[in-house]
Design a protein around this ligand. Structure first.
Ligand code: GDP
Ligand code: MN
Length: 370
């Protein structure tokens, strides 16, 4: 499961990494508002899951509102390697002094994560790997002990960095490793990590691939049944999501929006076909929920099949607490129709919108009951 840049950057920011000021937009008018909030000059970035956007013309700059109108219209009419551009990220344009490459990926052969650094990051990193592999440094992380700042310091020094920036860079690598482990990632990548003219380091691009099968989150007190993982918490918002990383992200986002998750219920692997049971299980463990957030990210799992099961469960249980859906990926079109037909509201596409919505609705529901 690959995240969009704007999603990866939400997680980066939550992990303490500095990202450029930015706003998402799906229409020209939204882009105009976003650019005004961000401040000119801006960069207009197509949100697609295929790589190499820059080279494909998917990144443009704008100095004023006229340029925003003209160029966002052009971007929203494009497709990149067959993927239509449906969303943009409007960001402050950075004054780039240097582009650094930084990533952590799972080395399957070594069974260890590897930290990869290059002082010559940017769009030509792949050619660099072929033409000048010495310009790319690697450090294999011991998964038992984790990544310590001094490991990263040595690596950045080998990559040619010196002085005060070394400490900042190794802090960024340590945060990136926390993110990598927290979301059971296959890859977290910042390319470029930008050094600006005034000496700041910002993640100007972000790529994250989460483990599609959700690996094995080991949590204290977790009930595990064929890929269904339930952990009870103290809050009042039930969470039903698929995939380990996606579930964790959902919890984090609900907390970030000021809500309190009541549980952690992950429906993994084949279990997506049994979402009605998952909902029943959630309702049987807690009778005092003020809301439920269903967050589905379909890759292998079909979101329409999951939604179908949940709606069956809602009908059977005669649910009257607020329930908010966020749906994205495989089966999305039909899943949206099903939610729209049953609830009269269409599901959210972004997690932050969905989390904000359920936190508000749960608070209103609670207030009504008191
Ligand atoms: P990618 O092509 O999909 O990897 O997209 P990136 O987000 O990495 O952007 C591609 C390139 O656009 C970067 O390597 C930069 O050279 C350039 N770029 C992106 N954002 C900015 C910015 O804020 N300022 C400037 N000057 N260049 C940028
Ligand atoms: Mn990039």
């Amino acid at each position: 499961m690959r995240l969009f840049e704007y999603q990866a950057k939400e997680l980066f920011a939550a992990a303490g990494l500095t990202t450029p000021v930015g706003r998402p937009a799906t229409t020209v008018e939204e882009a105009v508002t976003a650019a005004a909030e961000v401040g000119y000059p801006v960069v207009l970035k197509s949100q697609v899951l295929t790589g190499g956007r820059g080279k494909a013309g998917g990144i443009k700059f704008a100095d004023d509102v006229e340029e925003v109108r003209e160029r966002t219209a052009a971007l929203l009419a494009m497709d990149i390697k067959g993927e239509p551009v449906e969303r943009l990220l409007i960001e402050e344009k950075l004054d780039i002094k240097q582009e650094i490459y930084l990533s952590i990926t799972m080395d399957r052969a070594a069974k260890k994560p590897v930290l990869i650094v290059s002082a010559a990051g940017g769009m030509d990193i792949e050619e660099l790997a072929d033409s000048n592999p010495e310009a790319i440094q690697k450090y294999w992380i011991n998964p038992l002990t984790g990544l310590y700042p001094h490991h990263a310091l040595v690596l950045f020094q080998q990559a040619g960095f010196s002085g005060t920036i070394l400490r900042q860079l190794s802090g960024i690598a340590v945060n990136l490793y926390k993110l990598f482990t927290r979301y059971e990632s296959e890859l977290v990548e910042i390319n470029p990590l930008v050094l600006t003219g005034d000496g700041k380091l910002l993640a100007a691009d972000g790529k994250m691939i989460l483990d599609a099968n959700g690996g094995g989150v080991k949590l204290m007190g977790a009930e595990q049944e064929e890929g269904m993982r339930y952990v009870g918490l103290d809050g009042d918002i039930g969470i039903l999501a698929n995939g380990a990383g996606n579930t964790m992200m959902t919890m984090d986002m609900v907390s970030h929006m000021g809500g309190e998750p009541a549980n952690f219920l992950e429906v993994g692997g084949e279990l997506y076909k049994r979402s009605e049971e998952a909902l029943n299980y959630l309702l049987s463990t807690r009778s005092d929920l003020n809301g439920i957030l269903v967050n589905l990210f379909g890759a292998y799992a079909r979101t329409d099949v999951i939604v179908e099961g949940i709606i069956r469960g809602m009908k059977a249980n005669d649910i009257n607490i607020p329930i908010v859906f966020r749906v994205m990926g495989t089966g999305e079109e039909r899943a949206r129709e099903l939610v729209q037909d049953y609830l009269g509201i269409s599901p959210h596409t972004t997690l932050d919108e969905a989390a904000r919505d359920i936190v508000q609705k749960a608070a209103a529901y609670k207030a009504k009951g008191e």
